[in-house]
Design a protein around this ligand. Structure first.
Ligand code: COI
Length: 355
């Protein structure tokens, strides 16, 4: 159990007005959670302080070798006026999986959840209430040793910042176009693909720019060895509905184990759909699109929620899915997941956690 010191801001910022377009990740609340780690002492000095810049030595290890991790979560203002988190235990577990890979010290899961809850409680008034909005939560850990040798740092900062946000894509729930990348790769088995660390996203930028230049919103990655099997999209996991079955790439070490991915699989099974977590080759996908078997495509992610995909491009093939409209199951899943998150629907899985 953390003993969290609280220092309230004396200069509260103007909160976004109701109805104001928030976009994603531009606005930040009044406070942030901070905790230090020092080798031999462990995690210490848990505190909530006014949102502020952090000052580090230019030799801090995070700047040079990228030893860092982050998470993505959301807090929701329920229709009953209560504040909710969605499966925070999953983010706590994934944090430690990432930390293990990055040689960052473990954080007790209950401390992680307590820190998130305390940060959210502090800035609860910042949770937006417009349709489709939430308070995006960004916990992250950075290596802070002043040292240029390549080794795990002995000191770290764990910080949580909060951002009232709308839809991740500017298009909202309108289907996005996805570029299947056949030149660059994101990750390989044995690498860091399953971990939530900045390096994976840095590696994605070059293809992201290429996709944008081609008029597409996001990149769909193929496996790093054969460039043949579907992996994930830049900011989401990917799902296909092929001849009535729900198909998604199996977690193979190079794919992020998404919390929304896991939730969508559980909901689909609960509704009686056959769900296959397996390898899917891009050739199988193109063939399914060409012979009309590919019924729906959607992405899942904390930021992206459930995002319909209306178009896929692979080399010279451009495949339009469902006439470019949102599919029936995609819409149903969006309604179900957000319904549970906002407390509009029953929560048979016990995923909603009141703060
Ligand atoms: C999230 O969905 O929370 C993520 O961390 C993805 C990020 C690239 C926006």
């Amino acid at each position: 159990m953390l003993d969290i010191r609280i220092e309230k801001t004396t200069e509260p910022k103007q909160k976004p007005a109701k109805g104001e377009k928030l976009g994603f990740g531009h606005v930040f609340t009044d406070h942030m959670f901070v905790m230090n780690y020092t080798e031999g002492k462990g995690w210490h000095d848990a505190r909530i302080v006014p949102f502020q810049n952090i000052s580090l030595s230019p030799a801090a290890m995070v700047y040079h070798y990228g030893q860092e991790m982050f998470e993505g979560m959301k807090a929701y203002k329920g229709v009953d006026g209560k504040t909710y988190l969605f499966r925070p235990d999953m983010n706590a577990k994934r944090t430690n999986e990432t930390n293990k890979r990055l040689c960052i010290p473990q954080i007790p899961e209950e401390d992680f959840v307590q820190a998130v809850e305390a940060a959210v409680k502090m800035d609860e008034d910042w949770i937006p209430t417009d349709e489709g909005t939430s308070l995006y939560i960004r916990p992250f850990i950075i290596a802070t040793d002043e040292f240029l040798g390549v080794a795990p740092s002995k000191t770290y900062l764990f910080i949580i910042i909060l951002s009232p946000s709308g839809a991740y894509y500017a298009s909202g729930l309108a289907p996005v176009g996805i570029w299947i990348e056949d030149e660059f790769v994101r990750a390989v088995k044995g690498g860091m693909g399953f971990a939530k660390t900045g390096g994976n996203y840095a590696a994605s930028l070059i293809a992201q720019v290429k996709a944008h230049d081609g008029g597409y919103s996001q990149v769909l990655w193929l496996d790093g060895v054969e460039r043949k099997y579907i992996e994930e999209v830049g900011a989401m996991n990917i799902f296909f509905k092929i001849k009535g079955k729900v198909v998604t790439p199996a977690l193979n070490g190079s794919i992020l184990p998404g919390v929304t991915r896991n939730s969508v699989i559980a909901v689909c099974k609960h509704w009686g759909y056959e769900v296959e977590e397996r390898r899917i080759s891009v050739d199988e996908l193109v063939a399914a699109a060409q012979n009309g078997d590919l019924e729906e495509v959607w992405g899942t992610g904390t930021a992206a929620v459930v995002s319909p995909v209306g178009k896929l491009r692979y080399k010279d093939d451009v495949m339009t899915i469902g006439g470019g409209e949102i599919g029936e199951l995609t819409q149903k899943l969006y309604d179900e997941i957000t319904g549970i998150q906002w407390g509009k629907k029953d929560d048979p899985f016990g995923w909603r956690v009141e703060v």
